[in-house]
Structures are given as structure tokens and as C-alpha cells.
Design a protein around this ligand. Structure first.
Ligand code: ATP
Ligand code: MG
Length: 304
């Protein structure tokens, strides 16, 4: 991972500091399995540098941005780069304080505290990935306040206050813009360094596609990349909604093509049908047709 960062041209001073952080905080054996081994690398030098610098100086991060901008990929990449175990907590309206911190259970005739993911993360000095944090109710999030600010403690009602291990960091992700997303309250937002996740750059998308689909012929890889940005332009001009603008969908479509689904059907499944309106689907298909013919087959798209 650190070799990847060096190859990405990340500021060598930061890479040195990450290496020093890892050497200073070696992992116990039982924690090794919790260090993520992400399926994707995050591409984006500046974002890497800002995120790493914030974590190095002890900040917690809030990654905000549109769908499929790599928020989860970056979170896991960071935990791996820093060599820390990660706890992933998905937030939703029914998340409550007990589910985060822990609760009493009855075991062998005794009341015992069963720690929740935030408690375990804080004890082990892990990276807590608070996914879609804005989806939870404010009351549930209030228990995180003391953990996220200078106090760095977790208060379990009825138990002691436990201080967090030094290496504990929280990385929250938050999506905005589509139905069902909510604002994060100010008190919580104020406890994070915020990174606005940009859309991947054309150069980095090309590298991502080349890495994921090494057998995809170069000319089609380039067309696929351009298609993504064509759709983005159409979104910006409000010709189509953001439903079909989805990097995840493009990667899925290419997966399907590699599996033998013809290009047209694969792009329908990955992209076009995410818009449910027939008229909009027509516009999306037109945009696709400018870049990739629907009839293209696996044999034409991929070299053996
Ligand atoms: N800069 C990037 N570098 C590498 N992969 C990226 C980048 N941006 C997007 N992706 C790709 O987009 C897909 C979605 O990534 P991820 O799940 O991290 O997005 P997200 O921002 O968490 O999305 P959502 O808000 O929908 O949960 C992955 O396949 C990922 O590889
Ligand atoms: Mg996500």
C-alpha cells in the first residue's frame, strides 16, 4: 500500500510519517485480520494527501460527496495504509446508542456489558468507519460527541468512562443530494475535518479501468471513460437526472460484458435502467450509442 502511495506521487514526507506511525503502533496478531484489504485502490493524489495529513494530526474525517465518488474505498484504503483494524458501522434511522457503544446482556445468571463496535474500535485503537452517518437520528449520535472531540473518551452510562487508544480515528461518510439523505447536525459536523470528494479525473478513471479490465481493448476503454464524462455533462446541463450517472454502474456494465453480455444489454443493466423514465432512458441510450455500439460482443471488446 505504501508503495502504491509512493507510485501515486504522494508527498514523500507524508508517506514517511505514515510509515513511522505504523512502526510506532504495531498490530497485535488478533487484530491483523481486521485490517481491510480493499478490492479497489483510491485514485486521487490531493485527496490522499489531505486525508492522510488530517489523520496524522489526530483529526477525524468526514467524507462528503455524491454517489460512487469512492468514499468507502478511500476509508478502507486509509485504514490499510495506516495499518489499523477497521470497524464498519452502517448508520440508519434505527441505529441507537446501545448498538454503537454496547449494552448489558444477561449471561450465566450475571449482567455483563457487551461492547458495541465503537467501544471495541476505541479500545483497540482502530479506525471506525461511520458509513452514511447522516442517516441516523441525532439522539443516537450524541453519544459520539465526547469520542469525537478533544475529550477522546467514551461514556457508557452506568459504567466507567473509557479513554480511547491514541491511534483511534473515525472516518464518517455522508452522501447528499438524493432522496432520503439528511443534513448532519452542526454539533457533529464541527467535530470533523471535512473532505468534499470530487468526481474521479479522466486520467484516473482511465487508470482505474485499465487496472480492473486489463484485457479490455484500449480504444473501448477510452470510449467507456468518455461515456462517463458525457453523461456527467448531460447531468450538469439538466438533460438527464443523476440516476444514471454512476461509476459503479459503468464498472458493473463492463463486468457483465466480460461475462459475455452484449454491450447494449450490459449498459442498460448498469446505467440506462437506473432511470425509470422512458424518455430519459432514450436520451441515455443516445449518449451511449455515441461511444459504444450496442452490438459489441465480448470477443470484440476484449483481447484474450
Ligand atoms: N477516485 C476513485 N478511485 C478509485 N475508485 C473510485 C474512485 N471514485 C469512484 N471509484 C469507484 O466507484 C465505486 C464506488 O466506490 P464507493 O463505494 O467507495 O463510493 P461511495 O462514495 O461510498 O458511494 P455511495 O455514496 O453510493 O455509498 C468503486 O467501484 C470505486 O472503485
Ligand atoms: Mg458508500
Amino acid at each position: 500500500m505504501l508503495e502504491f502511495l509512493e507510485a501515486e506521487g504522494i508527498d514523500p514526507a507524508l508517506v514517511r510519517e505514515i510509515r513511522a506511525f505504523r512502526e510506532k503502533n504495531p498490530l497485535t496478531e488478533d487484530m491483523q485480520a481486521r485490517v481491510p484489504a480493499p478490492r479497489y485502490r483510491y485514485y486521487g493524489k490531493e485527496i490522499w494527501e489531505h486525508a492522510a495529513a488530517a489523520l496524522l494530526c489526530g483529526k477525524n474525517l468526514l467524507l462528503t460527496g455524491g454517489k460512487a465518488t469512492g468514499k468507502n474505498v478511500l476509508s478502507e484504503n486509509l485504514a490499510m495504509a495506516f495499518g489499523r483494524p477497521a470497524w464498519n458501522v452502517s448508520f440508519h434511522v434505527n441505529v441507537d446508542a446501545a448498538g454503537l457503544i454496547g449494552s448489558d446482556t444477561f449471561e450465566d445468571g450475571q449482567v455483563r456489558f457487551r461492547p458495541g463496535p465503537i467501544y471495541r474500535c476505541a479500545q483497540s485503537g482502530g479506525f471506525g468507519i461511520l458509513d452514511e452517518i447522516n442517516m441516523a437520528k441525532n439522539e443516537a449520535l450524541a453519544v459520539l460527541h465526547s469520542a469525537l472531540d478533544f475529550r477522546r473518551v467514551i461514556d457508557v452510562p452506568g459504567y466507567e468512562r473509557i479513554p480511547m487508544a491514541d491511534t483511534t480515528r473515525f472516518i464518517a461518510t455522508m452522501n447528499y443530494g438524493y432522496a432520503g439523505t439528511r443534513e448532519l447536525n452542526e454539533a457533529l459536523t464541527s467535530r470533523f475535518a471535512v473532505i468534499q470528494m470530487p468526481t474521479i479525473s479522466p486520467e484516473n478513471l482511465d487508470r482505474l479501468l485499465a487496472g480492473e479490465f486489463p484485457a479490455l481493448k484500449k480504444k473501448y476503454r477510452e470510449q467507456a471513460g468518455r461515456l462517463f464524462f458525457d453523461l456527467q455533462k448531460k447531468c450538469e446541463n439538466a438533460e438527464i437526472s443523476t440516476k444514471a450517472l454512476d461509476l459503479r454502474g459503468l464498472l458493473d456494465a463492463l463486468d457483465l460484458m466480460r461475462e459475455g453480455v452484449p454491450a447494449g444489454a450490459a449498459l442498460d443493466m448498469g446505467i440506462t435502467y437506473k432511470a425509470f423514465d422512458g424518455y430519459e432512458q432514450g436520451l441515455i441510450r443516445d449518449a451511449i450509442a455515441m461511444r459504444l455500439s450496442a452490438k459489441l460482443t465480448r470477443a470484440e471488446l476484449f483481447s484474450e
